[in-house]
Design a protein around this ligand. Structure first.
Ligand code: FES
Ligand code: CO
Length: 334
């Protein structure tokens, strides 16, 4: 049984496409060990377990678009069907039960997304939408995956928190001399939460040119959010898709796609390094938060109007019934 029945049916980002090549890669998703490997049909995701004697398939190799178990060489095709058992004499049929467990897997925006359980009741939620990735006026950088020793909902909420910019990222994304956040709303729009534009006054690019940058946050899914930052004085837009992989309740990998419509000829390294500096600043804070789990009871912790995005996030997790990495004490069941 997968640890969280809501997240099990959701698309979870598990890797960047560019990091999945010829060799199988093991990944832990919600405490499940899975293996990712590439075939001519794209990236496949299987439970990292051979039905014969339980060896990790990730120790094997990919041959003829099949994954071959390292222990006795059973060979599984992209559907998970065992197509060869080397020990069986010629002509003997392979038992139909000889299968690997294949998960739904998609590649989108250079990210590999996996669902641990098929949602039988409906067609399920689609992979989160990120249209800037396809827009030729924009260029996307995949920030280095970053591991935080923190619960995934704490990590996502930190991304949705405009108030910390002036403090944690003083001089980088905000300015401690201008910490005020004017009132704003958060609205439900087409299956997601969208904030109003939130002005943040800062020396946005370190050039000494102060400007007001307008932030719009969107909560797309429990583990995926996005952000659009607009500088209306020069129409520079920077968008981010922020999606996390909960390995377990205390360990989370962050994947961040940073997409811009300016400085297109500037090396991507600049944006990758910038994002790394930002998340390094966040890491110590997020890893310090207690309780480690995000409290979903809105009476727990204190909220300001400026925290409306976080409040919407906590409420939504509670409504959806997400329990993983969350403290549900005091939350009323619907
Ligand atoms: Fe995989 Fe035997 S354990 S083939
Ligand atoms: Co931050």
């Amino acid at each position: 049984m997968i640890k969280d029945q809501v997240l099990a049916k959701d698309w979870i980002s598990v890797a960047y496409s560019q990091d999945i090549g010829a060799d199988p890669v093991p990944v832990t998703v919600l405490e499940e060990r899975i293996v990712l490997f590439r075939t001519s049909k794209g990236v496949q995701a299987f439970k990292d377990l051979c039905i014969h004697r339980g060896a990790a398939l990730s120790l094997g190799k990919v041959v003829d678009d099949c994954i071959v178990c390292p222990y006795h060489g059973w060979k599984y095709d992209t559907e998970g069907k065992c197509v060869r058992i080397p020990q069986q004499p010629e002509g003997q049929t392979i038992p139909p039960k000889a299968r690997a467990i294949a998960y739904p897997c998609e590649e989108r925006y250079g990210v590999v997304w996996v669902k641990l359980e098929e949602d039988a009741s409906e067609s399920g939620t689609p992979v989160p939408f990120y249209e800037e990735y396809e827009d030729p006026a924009f260029r996307t950088v995949h920030a280095e995956p970053y591991i935080l020793h923190a619960a995934a909902p704490r990590v996502v909420e930190n991304f949705l928190d405009a108030s910390h910019l002036a403090f944690v990222h003083d001089g980088l994304l905000g300015d401690s001399a201008f910490p005020e956040i004017p009132d704003y709303g958060v609205n439900w729009k087409e299956n997601r939460y969208v904030s109003d534009e939130i002005p943040v006054y800062a020396d946005a690019d370190g050039s000494g040119n102060y400007a007001t940058i307008y932030y719009t946050f969107e909560i797309l899914r429990p583990m995926t959010a996005r952000l659009k930052k607009v500088n209306y004085t020069n129409n520079q837009i920077l968008s981010m898709l922020f999606t996390v992989l909960p390995h377990d309740e205390r360990k989370t990998t962050v994947f961040a796609l940073v997409t811009r419509n300016y400085a297109l000829d500037q090396p991507d390294e600049y944006f990758r390094d910038f994002q790394k500096r930002v998340i390094e600043q966040d890491a110590g804070i997020v890893e310090s938060q207690k309780p480690e789990e995000l409290p979903l009871d809105l009476q727990a912790e204190l909220h300001l109007k400026a925290d409306r995005v976080s409040i919407a996030y906590r409420r939504w997790l509670g409504e959806l019934g997400v329990t993983y990495g969350s403290d549900v004490t005091g939350v009323k069941k619907k």
